[in-house]
Design a protein around this ligand. Sequence first.
Ligand code: GYE
Length: 306
Amino acid sequence: CGSGNSGGSSGSGGGAITLGFAQVGAESGWRTANTKSIQDSAKAAGIDLKFSDAQQKQENQIKAIRSYIQQKVKVIAFSPVVESGWDTVLKEAKTANIPVVLTDRAIDSPDKTLYKTFLGSDFIKEGHKAGQWLTKEFASASGTVNIVELQGTTGSAPANDRKKGFGDEIAADPKFKIVASQTGDFTRAKGKEVMEAFLKSQSKIDVLFAHNDDMALGAIEAIEGAGKVPGKDIKIVSIDGVHDALQALSDGKINHVVECNPLLGPQLMDLVKKVAAGQEVPQRIETEETEFDQAAAKAALPQRQY
Ligand code: GYE
């Protein structure tokens, strides 16, 4: 699972729907695949897509949303870079009668009338899965298991929720200890930089939990640079399932990958058509995803599109 089903069903009928989409940025392989999925499926669905890249800055996303309101687009969709601080701009969209669809990341506003639906993964579940793998892998370990954590973008839903899910899972056994935890902003470069610092400050690291694959891939470079063997000296679990991470898993440099599906485009376009037509849609649509061990990564690699 995890490969999007073919989208773009019925024709648009009449004038094309205009969709304003405010993307987070281009920080990771996941994001690149997500952007391509959205652009391709808008084309296939005959939807006129206005696309902006916020470079991981909330103020840029707010600006983009305001400009979509000004342009009177039919629907606004966005992937909120952080969870908080959206009420004002979303109230402006509501006043202008423009329906909003959240994709990928959620907001923490208690006002559920500010958006029609939220399409995306359950990040707490993903954190649980990473933690479950870890507790199994180290079930027979007798001493302390020292864990370092590379967090995603500070204040983002996936960073908050993956941290929580993972933390809850390992909390039952005091031998699991997170000895260092810092943001790597979901990028390879930052993942490498922060892992280098961890390797200097920590005398013993058994496991790395990276909130996404790109940070894990950056960390692998740091680990190798320090003369250690990733996947052996330091076990690695990460989240996403992009091609390069499945390759690293297949090569034994990563030990486990929890999938997060970026191919949200086809489902998003179906939702956009529905809300544009004033139809009811479910408040929450959760993506289906799987997990990869080494054998599963080897099997999936030849068809992996991203
Ligand atoms: O895991 C990470 C990306 O919001 C689920 O953002 C997304 C996350 C994804 O940069 O790679």
